[in-house]
Design a protein around this ligand. Structure first.
Ligand code: HEM
Length: 148
């Protein structure tokens, strides 16, 4: 549930909304420059199932502008439980099917593919990301411009 406070004079310009239950889960992907296009086209063709997950609030794919090979997959959830439920659901597997399918079985016995593996960069069948780390946050404050 959201709580909003304006100041006592009713000045809504300084209203702050605290979404006290939301959690932010950011998947941090290391993507070599040569694989950017591959990654983005995989996301462009994404399953679009996360939108239907219970407790899902927001998704953004963030492309780095400078100085880093790190893409952020930003997601926001009503609660930790909602995120965990999605992550262990068919919708999550389905949403990562292409990433898994396109990750060819590794030649040297290392687990490849995504999620759950880190593959070598480069070739056709390789995952676009060479690394993935999950960051977790809880939302303490948020703000948006006044409606209208
Ligand atoms: C090893 C870990 C992971 C890798 C390398 C990875 C990579 C990818 C890639 C390439 C896609 C595009 C679709 C596809 O190719 O199938 C995708 C979809 C997505 N990923 Fe991940 N992912 C991983 C785990 C996670 C985790 C832990 C989260 C949680 C924040 C996440 C959030 C998403 C979302 C929201 C989508 C869109 C799914 C949809 O549209 O239903 N991913 N991921």
């Amino acid at each position: 549930m959201d709580h909003s406070w304006g100041d006592t004079a009713g000045d809504t310009r300084r209203r702050i909304t605290v979404t006290d239950m939301s959690v932010v889960k950011i998947n941090v992907l290391t993507v070599p420059p040569a694989m950017r296009e591959t990654l983005e086209s995989r996301f462009a063709g994404r399953a679009g199932m996360v939108e239907k997950a219970d407790g899902f609030e927001w998704f953004e794919l963030l492309r780095p502008l400078e100085g880093t090979d790190t893409y952020l997959v930003y997601t926001r959830w009503r609660s930790e439980e909602d995120f965990q439920r999605w992550q262990s659901s068919m919708a999550f597997s389905e949403g990562h099917r292409a990433a898994n399918a396109e990750a060819a079985p590794p030649a040297h016995g290392h687990p490849g593919g995504a999620p759950g593996g880190q593959g070598a960069p480069g070739g056709q069948g390789a995952p676009a990301a060479t690394g993935a780390t999950l960051w977790s946050f809880e939302v303490v404050q948020s703000a948006a411009p006044p409606a209208g």
